[in-house]
Design a protein around this ligand. Sequence first.
Ligand code: ADP
Ligand code: MG
Length: 260
Amino acid sequence: MSTATEVTKSIMHLARAMKTPTIGKVFEQLADTARDEGWSHEEYLAAVLGRQVADREANGTALRISTAKFPTRKTLEDFNPDYQPTLRRDVLAHLSSMSFIPKAENVILLGPPGVGKTHLAIGLGIKACQAGHPVLFDTAAGWVNRLSEAHQRHGGLNAEIKRLRRYRLLIIDELGYLPFDADAANLFFQLIAARYEQGSLLITSNMAFSRWGEIFTDEAVAAAMIDRLIHHAEVLALDGESYRTKTRRELLETTTPTTP
Ligand code: ADP
Ligand code: MG
C-alpha cells in the first residue's frame, strides 16, 4: 500500500508528464468535494478532466482555432481594404475589436462571389479565437447537415442547439448558394431563433436580403429570420469585382507585352 503522500506525489508527477498542469492543481480539492458529495469514481474523473479541458479552452488560442474548423487560414491583416472602397474602415475596426461578441450581436457580410466574404469571416473568426471566444465555422449546407443529423436523434436538435451555446461565435458561410427545402429552412430557423440575443452569428451570403425568400422557399420564414438577425447586427455589403478575377486581370495586363 502506498501512502497518501506517495499517491499525491505520483499524481503530481504524472500530471507534469502528461502536460496537464490543471489536473495537478485541482485533483486534491476535487477529491475532497467528491468525498463530501459522494461522487462515483467516474464522476470524479470527469470533473478533473473537465477542469483541465476548460482551462485549455480558456487559455489556448491554438486549440480554439483548430476547434473552429476554419477551411483555410486567412487573417484580417492580409485583407486589403483598398480593394473594397465601399467597406467602411471604422466599421471593420469596430468589428475587429470583438466587442460585438459579448453583446451577442451578429455580423452579416453580403456580396457577389470573390469579394472576400469568406476571407473576412475567417479573419474575424481567428480574432475571436485570439480574444478567447470559442468559434465554430461551417458552410450553410454543413450547418443544415449537422442540424438534421441531430434532429434524427430523439430530442437531439435541442441538445445540439444547447451544445452550440458554448461557441460564442458561429460562422455560417455561403448562405444562398444552395436553396433549402422546408425541413432544412425550419431547422435553420430554429438555430437562428435560439441564438437571438444569446450568441453571435456571422453569416456570409451572395444574396441580398430581398432574395432570401428564394433560399428558404418561404417569404415568411425568410422575413422572420432576417428580422431576428438584423435586430442587433452590423451588415456589410461588399461589392466590386471578384478579387480572383481582378488579380488575374492585373497579372495579365502587366505581363502582356504592349503592341508598338
Ligand atoms: P468570397 O467568399 O466573397 O467568394 P473569398 O473570401 O473566398 O471571396 O475571396 C477570394 C480570394 O480572394 C481569397 O483567396 C481571398 O483571400 C482573396 N481576397 C478577396 N478579397 C481580398 C482583399 N480585399 N484583400 C486580400 N485578399 C482578398
Ligand atoms: Mg466564400
